[in-house]
Every structure is written in C-alpha cells, then in structure tokens.
Design a protein around this ligand. Structure first.
Ligand SMILES: Nc1ncnc2c1ncn2[C@@H]1O[C@H](COP(=O)(O)OP(=O)(O)OP(=O)(O)O)[C@@H](O)[C@H]1O
Ligand SMILES: [Mg+2]
Length: 251
C-alpha cells in the first residue's frame, strides 16, 4: 500500500508535477472549519480515479477545491492540470482551462429543454462533443431532446449533467456521486457510457458512496479519511483488501 506522496523537498510543485492532473498539498476551509488537511494525489492522462471515503471525509470539498469554487477557501497548495496552474485561477478560468465538474445536485436549468441545456454549454468556445455525438452516447437524451430538462428521471438528469460537461472541450471530468439514488440498471447504463468516454481518452475523477461500483470502473483509488489521504493505489488493491474496505469504506 502506498502512503501519501512526499513532495515537501520541492519549493514548488511546478518543477516536478508528474501527472496530467496533480493536486499537491491542498488545505481547504469552510470559515473556521479545517476540512481538507494537506491532500496530494496525481491523476494520469486517460485514467479513471475513484476518490472514496466515508460521509464527511472531504470528497466533495476536495472536488470543489480543484474546481476553484468560491467555497471552500483554499489557502495553500497547488493544482496543475496539463501544465496549467489551476490554483491561480477563478472557477470560470478553471472551467475554460478544461475542468468539467458534474456536481451532486446536477444543476439542470429549469425552463430549458434537454437540447437547450446542452446548447447553453456550447454558447462560447471551447466546444467539446457535438450534440449528435452526445445523443449517440446517450440515446435517451436524443429521444427526449425537446423535453424540459428538469422533468427527466433522475438517471436521465444525471446523463444530461454528464453530457453537458462533455459539450465543452474539457480535459478532466469530475463526477460527484453520479450513481446516487439510481437503480442498478441505470447505474449500468451510466457506467457503460463512462467507459466509452474513457476510451475516447478522457481523464476522470469519480466520487462515489457506491465504492464497489466505482472501483469496478476505476484504474486507481484514493481514500480520504477526515480530510487526509489514507490510501493511494490501484482499484484492485482496494477490492482485494478487506481490512481497508472495512476500516474506511464500511463495505
Ligand atoms: N458549506 C459548508 N460549510 C461548513 N461546513 C461544510 C460545508 N460543506 C461541507 N462541510 C463540512 O465539511 C466536511 C466534509 O464535507 P464533504 O461534503 O466534503 O464530505 P464528503 O466526503 O463529500 O461526504 P458525503 O459522502 O456525505 O458527500 C463535513 O464535516 C461537512 O459537514
Ligand atoms: Mg460529498
């Protein structure tokens, strides 16, 4: 089992950033609450990383920190995406630099059809997958292109949220609990599309309570516990390590 990588010898992570997406020693707060306590991990290009841990471990906060959202406040650390310093950017700039966050609440825009939700994502460059290609990936969305987005089923809304991220030219897809509340058959369908997206070269971080499903999809896994990394290794190492699963994932 690997321990937390030690980057402390280097003045800046820029010179050593070994990966496509590199998160180095980030510390994040909500007001006085110290949540992410020095988290470092790498994601290689084209890989799927599962970011796991119990409720409240800091997974969403880590994703929000990478996406440079106003809350939490990140006061230390570096985040590099394909040689670009995300830690110096606003959330808007990070999204322009190729970061695609699919938040847990999906944020489908009321009053707009499926197609309008996708078109809105493509209102300005950089544009990613075409609508035709997205409808090929998610045939259910093609069939419902004229339906109001918020009237879709939970699973279809999740598909729309993922499609909307891909409608922009992103370098990394961050998924916060994409399987939450969905029937196993819908999870199968979304998992299948995430594999196709990976085959197209996409780099992905998936946060999931459904750890087994996420580990079946992922190449690597990072486990968080109270804001610190307790495991960084392959997905199969976690699946095979009963003690690790019981201690940090309750599975
Ligand atoms: N906006 C906020 N203000 C204050 N504290 C917050 C806020 N959001 C989250 N927290 C706290 O930060 C900690 C980490 O929360 P986070 O949402 O990152 O956990 P998580 O690993 O995503 O959990 P879950 O699996 O339940 O989604 C929790 O203790 C939570 O109460
Ligand atoms: Mg969360």
């Amino acid at each position: 089992m690997n321990v937390k990588p030690d980057f402390s010898k280097h003045a800046s992570h820029a010179e050593t950033a070994p990966a496509f997406l590199s998160v180095w020693d980030i510390h994040a707060y909500y007001g006085e609450s110290y949540i992410v306590q020095g988290v470092s991990f790498n994601v290689h290009e084209g890989e799927i990383l599962a970011l796991l841990g119990r409720n409240g471990a800091g997974k969403t906060t880590t994703l929000r920190s990478i996406a440079r959202l106003a809350n939490p406040q990140v006061n230390k650390g570096e985040i590099w995406l394909d040689h670009q310093p995300l830690h110096k950017m606003s959330s808007y700039q990070a999204s322009m630099a190729g970061l695609g966050l699919v938040p847990e609440d999906r944020r489908i825009i009321p009053g707009l059809t499926v197609e309008e939700n996708l078109q809105l994502a493509q209102i300005a460059p950089p544009i990613g997958w075409s609508l035709d290609r997205l409808y090929e990936l998610f045939p259910r969305l093609g069939e419902r292109r004229k339906q109001e987005g918020v009237t879709l089923s939970g699973g279809e809304q999740q598909m729309l949220a993922i499609a909307r991220a891909l409608a922009r030219d992103i370098k990394v897809l961050l998924l916060d609990e994409p399987y939450e509340g969905l029937a196993p058959v819908i999870v199968d369908e979304i998992e299948k599309t995430l594999r196709i997206v990976k085959e197209q070269g996409m780099t992905t971080i998936i946060v999931e309570q459904n750890a087994v499903r996420a580990l079946q999809l992922a190449d690597r896994a990072v486990i968080l516990d109270t804001g610190s990394i307790v495991f960084d290794g392959t997905a199969s190492e976690v699946l095979e390590n009963e003690q690790l699963r019981a201690e940090y994932l309750a599975i």
